[in-house]
Design a protein around this ligand. Sequence first.
Ligand code: OXD
Ligand code: MN
Length: 601
Amino acid sequence: MKNIAPAIFPPSGIGDAKPTNQAVLDWVHEIGKLTKPENIFWCDGSERENEFLVAESLKQNVLIKVNEEKVPRSYLHRSNPNDVARVEKVTFICTPTKEEAGPTNNWSEPAETYSKLYGLLEGTMRGRTMFVVPYIMGPPDSPLTKVGFEITDSKYVVLSMRIMTRMGKIALERLGNDPKAEWNRGVHSLLDVDPDRRFICHFPQDNTIISVGSGYGGNVLLSKKCLALRIGSYLARKQGWMAEHMLILGVESPEGKKHYVAAAFPSACGKTNFAMLIPPAHFKGWKVTTVGDDIAWMEIRDGRLFAVNPENGYFGVVPGTSYKSNPNAMKSIEHDTLYTNVALTDDGDVWWEGKDGPPPKHAIDWRGNDWTPDSKEKAAHPNSRFATPMRNNPALDPDVEKGEGVPISAIIFGGRRRDTVPLVYEAFDWTHGVYLGATMASETTAAATGAVGQVRRDPMAMLPFCGYNIGDYFRHWMDIGKRLTNPPLIFNVNWFRKGANGKFLWPGFGENMRVLKWIIDRCEQKGGAVESPVGWLPTPHDLDLDGLEIDHKSVADLLGIDHEEWQKELAEHKKFFDSLGGVVPEELPKQREQFVARFTQ
Ligand code: OXD
Ligand code: MN
């Protein structure tokens, strides 16, 4: 069989940053004995190492160099066409009992799963290099920061980890030599990228992840969904903090008053766009800054929630990104960016559907085939991605490295809903807010394999990422609420509501500032609202719509509560809770009863 990841042979001084912690050395030795690599490459995260890995990846066609003048120091990677998104059906939580994993996760028994995976890993790195990638998640001086090691046979993974995490020496220093120190063990092998031999398995009780048979970022950058969310959420509950699928942004008024907001939207629903929002001209003097675009780790201090972004880069969806939709993302990906599955133009530039300007007359599509605007296929895969360092973002928040994190004034839940859910409303209190998060739903996207556009319940946008029983997760939210003396206000937003003509009612993107401004007004106890059965709802006068071309009817439709639609919605909430088989804490069905009662009052 063809070796899809041939070994590389570094000159001395590269690939030899061997750690000194004996527990790490023992584990690497064990995985080495099992996978039998040609050699071991100990990563240090240095510039020199990166240059060497890029050069070798170019030689092996793992990377294609993009036009240096147009997109300096940037590369394109094409994945196997069978491997373009997260695969939830082969993602497992391997806790000793099925109950611990709960009704929303695939569960598999730990001992059997280790034995199956070790069988698949046996000799799999023959003729390959085994890379050992040390990294930290979180700012270097945060108490929440975690150390991880990822073993991989993929150069693309190493290059991506260098962008997405703080990688190398910094992790070795933080870990030190205590053999009992807490750190995450991650093992990844491409195997032969066969969907039938693809498994992403988490062993929370061992702080271990094993991912085989895929090269797609969401399945193999083990720092991200696997550690920062699935294992992270498990550790967070045990240790009394929160690991959430949330962006974090800062909003500063012209007077210099600043708030931070965290927002949970499901995958590919605009978290990166919202986190990088540029206020429209009408909001002169207002500034939005990005702390994170995908994951928030939060802890309680002085009765408030403080958040850090554990990541170091952005792994965002490319199609639809333009100077119109997200200028800060465009500036971020103009250089030093690793693209996956976008198209390549004849002059070596990257291209995707929705990029500014006309489409190229000819390009090579994400599969490596000729493409013209007449082609039936998309030039870029709908889930094509960029990986880019957060430092490329012109709107990066100055406190992104602050170990203590940033104080959170508001939490926003949101999904992609063509009907029922208004543009924005506010929960009456924390428990009501938890209910809104727990019953959130969204139309599915290309970020995961499976049908696109189907409404599914996705509590707190964590359905694919909660590493333990969802009932315990809801309980944890409730317990956190009890410990907060100054809790964030909780809101729900929906940028995606459509009118009778099937068109979006709300312009979205930068104009979402108008909704954000109302949220901030509410945090400062100066925004108006009316009490509705779903929560506090702004009237059209409470939203600043000056200078926005939108008719009264659209605004009324955006803020409308259709009783019939809500009867259906509340019935779906019940169905969802019932489907969880009795794990839902009693406060939530009680909230539902109150919800139903408010509609009949
Ligand atoms: C992501 C996802 O890539 O949620 O962030 O799938
Ligand atoms: Mn995500």
